[in-house]
Write a protein that binds this ligand. Structure first.
Ligand code: HEC
Length: 193
């Protein structure tokens, strides 16, 4: 009886210590994030954050599977990997972009929030993320992460999977708009949706 009580007390004081430690950490983390936002909202979050936080890579080539593991480690430090995995970005070369636009004129021209094909799409994002304070992504690691993101978005956002992707992303956007209309409008205003 007595030992159960002291075990409870031990767990309680460990919890209390964790809270005391976490409070200032969370406070400073909040300031860091706040500095990143451009408007009156305290911090940004994205519809992508509410989508699946992993992808089935069982049919991907072994090398891409390794790049995926690196991506999981490096790109989950400040937000979950749901943010890149559910994003509209699709990096294709110029001919591939033109081909996609010819095949799906509506999707590629009017629904950039569903799929945004661009020859530099992921390269730009990775460069921007690697430059943020707190990121530790070497140029070599950046290249591997880029290989995974280019491969993965091509598999999931083109060809026979394009419609499936479109349905999934439209649902994500609609739900976000319903739950967080203020953030939705804010992201649209600053051109990030
Ligand atoms: C040091 C913290 C940090 C790390 C590490 C990080 N991110 Fe981010 N990421 C952010 C912040 C903050 C934002 C929101 C502000 C912005 O868009 O710059 C963001 C936003 C994003 C967005 C949404 C951008 C948009 O314009 O829609 C994507 C996609 C993204 N990150 C992908 C990644 C990928 C891929 C990696 C790994 C290579 C990564 N992030 C690593 C902090 C980080």
């Amino acid at each position: 009886m007595g030992s159960r009580h002291s075990r409870f007390f031990h767990a309680f004081s460990a919890g209390l210590a964790a809270c005391l430690f976490a409070a200032p950490v969370l406070f400073f983390a909040h300031l860091l994030v706040a500095r990143d936002s451009k408007g009156d909202l305290p911090y940004k979050f994205f519809p992508n954050d509410f989508g699946p936080p992993s992808v089935d890579v069982s049919h991907y080539p072994p090398e891409i599977k390794n790049d995926y593991r690196l991506f999981l480690r490096k790109c989950s430090v400040c937000h979950t990997v749901a943010r890149p995995l559910n994003a509209q970005f699709l990096q294709l070369n110029k001919e591939q972009v033109e081909k996609l636009q010819r095949k799906h004129p509506n999707l590629a021209q009017t629904s950039l929030d569903i799929v945004m094909p661009d020859p530099e799409a992921w390269a730009r994002i990775i460069k921007r993320m690697a430059a943020k304070p707190g990121a530790s992504i070497s140029p070599e690691e950046g290249k591997k992460i880029l290989k995974f993101l280019v491969y993965d978005s091509k598999v999931r956002k083109t060809g026979k999977n394009l419609r499936k992707w479109e349905t999934q992303r439209r649902k994500l956007l609609a739900r976000f708009k319903r739950l967080y209309p203020k953030m939705y409008n804010f992201l649209q205003d600053i051109g990030e949706l």
